[in-house]
Design a protein. Sequence first.
Length: 377
Amino acid sequence: MGKLGIGVVGCGNISMTYMRNAALFRDLELRACADLSPDLAATRAKEYGVRAETLDRLLAADDVDLVLNLTVPNAHFDVSMAALSAGKHVFTEKPLATTAEKGRALVAEAARRGLAIGSAPDTFLGAAGQLARHLVDAGVIGRPVTGTAFMMGRGMEHWHPNPSFYYQTGGGPVLDMGPYYLAMLVNLLGPVKRVLAMASTGSPERLITAAGPLQGTRFTVGTPTTINALAEFAGGALVTIGMSWDVFRHSIPPLELHGTEGSLRLPDPDTFGGTLALSTRGDDWEERPTGTALYGAINWPYDKPDRANYRMLGLADLARSLSEGRAPRASGALALHVLEIMEAMLEAAASGTARTIPADAPRPAALGDDEAASFRA
């Protein structure tokens, strides 16, 4: 198969990560970009050696096989549906859509047209996520019984110059950061079938302290900022999930799994690498760093590297899946299941009752070292 021609829609900050990383993968080639701001599209086009287009012209371009949707979440559905309608494959930033209903419509439309649809996050395909997957599948911790997943911090107003949209309906810590944690958990444990949850709002207003014209002003919070949930996986494991923007400091690991034979601690699932730790039947923690592994090496940011960032890996896998006639690992079906879990968490918290989720989502196939290496340019 030839290279998959990619048209980028949405040329904000995240586009630089994807466009820079495209050169790492042999089956991908950037062809064009578009943005609501023609000047921004022109800037990205010059930086990465592609042409700037309007959205309509990009969707009509014969050399664009796939639309990489990097728009804001509220635009994900419209742009992805337009791309599918134009006969293009799609890979979108998370979340797949802002509601499960819209997510289901996208997955169904892609299937109807015989097109591929994939979605971030693809971080679970990195060295840390795949080492954890190998250990779980090999039975090193036995049968997974319980676990924890915690994302806690103070939110965005201390660094983002206009953060209020993060705190309105369609935002909040679950929809913004939940995909990283939940995609990793589904990668390790399979689908979720039931969720219970409670939620609260720490402060009805937030003070913007980030530099900019809005510094020192306040805005009203319109969505819960702390959600604690219990997820029951189809395989039987029970995982406590905490998502909060009301925490100044904590010492809780991002992810831990505990099974009948031991325990496994994982690094931040918003990165591709990091240090895992394994305890077998109560022994001391044995650290397993991934810093020298494929897609685990520290490479970001480029001026002061401090983490592993290989965004585009999921898209490289999708490109290969087209020639192999299989489903991509960071698939629309996986992203839809993650979206259903997040929606169930919010609904369970609002109603005070458990929510059942269709447990027929695919657990993505493990990514072996040889296959992963074959994606590289």
